[in-house]
Design a protein around this ligand. Sequence first.
Ligand code: GLC
Length: 463
Amino acid sequence: MEPLTKKARIEGITSNDKRDKVIAVLENLVLSDGDVHRIMEVMEQQIDFANSQQEEDRKRSDLFWEFTYVQGLLKGDEKGDYLGLDLGGTNFRVVRVTFNEGKAETTTKYYNLSQELLSGPAEGVFDHIANSIEKFINEEKMSSDTAIPLGFTFSFPSIQKSLKHSVLITWTKSFKCTTGLGEDPVDMLEAAIQRRGGLSVPVDVVARISDTTGTLMAGSYLDKSCRIGLIIGSGSNACFVEQAKNFKKFEDGVKTSNQIVVNTEWGAFGDNGCLDFFKTDFDKEVDRTSNHVNSFTFEKMFSGCYLGELVRLVLVKLTNEGLLFKGEGSTKLMEMGSLPTSYVTEVESDGPEETSHTTGVLQSLDLTADTEDIALVQAVCGLVSQRGAYVVSAACAVLLNHIDLPEVTIGIDGSVYEHHPRFHGYMMELLEKLVPGTKVKIILVKDGSGQGGAFVAAVGSRS
Ligand code: GLC
């Protein structure tokens, strides 16, 4: 891989001395071919451990490699109404899917969760969910004599016990609730519905899935070749369609179907130090100041909760070394969290000769910038984003090797992938090199995580 792919922009810096100093700060953010291949090797090792029947081995892996109990896709003959709930990202969503002659009509509504709820007792979050379902039922003027099947997309690492039941292992992303660990998300939901005296239309919670599974289901509705459901939003994770015979973790295997959906929970990949070989001081600092310290190494390298902060730390370093903003910066730039990921996508929206988006972002941060500053900020956003897209592509390449089909579509949901103008291109660039034998397509599956919840409800409630 070319060193400093964005070199052209860095070459906009006229002084050789300054350019050398800038490169010294940024070069660790550039992955070599060797790094990318090592990421793939390390991930394969972690999969072997996670997929082992020996508990000792499983403990050595950062991946969950969970059997999702989802063993079927839509058949096309589904009828009627299904509900999906989507908890895990910036917004809580309620989704209604109505099947009409095989076509799914979807309505999605957002019910924002306050910061206060995210760090209070879990009951508060679940009460909000139950009240939002009731609001949705009223706004949608829903009525039904029988309970409406509901799929709950609950996107936090959980051990799956059956299609419906699971145990929450840890909160992640911006959730830091004081209770809920070790509990079953569906039990917590049903208890909240009871606390409010039920709903005006009864629901039957048939499944708990992760947003990755929802995205895979919704992706396969759009494109029959979809085999990977990927989230690049506040956090990151992937699930994929694996051959049941390769799922070795259960002593008796999975005999109910030939193909199964495995949830990798790869957000925590690297927590045991296996990715330390390319971790930068910026990554360490993001971790140190995050909600969940010493965990979720992989997703902290590129997902929405962290990408902006990573860029901010690089800019602060360059400023402190006198290489940006005449060494002065601004009070805002020095504040943790002042550069959200949306600013990075904004900067990345500028074309080769453009600066307007970048200038707007710098103004919001009270920064006065000259032409070289603007070029350097663009280079940093490009490098950090590209590294993110590359690590996620290396991990996707491992899954594509497992799937081993000539044509595979990756369905992606999540704010970073949706809004970042170059993430798709960066990913395709690397995937074409890493899996030359597979024709890879990447599609946006907007709101797929919640819609997929309703799809799983339809599949799971099939009699
Ligand atoms: C975090 C969660 C994981 C989820 C992902 C994407 O990594 O732990 O369960 O799927 O974010 O939202």
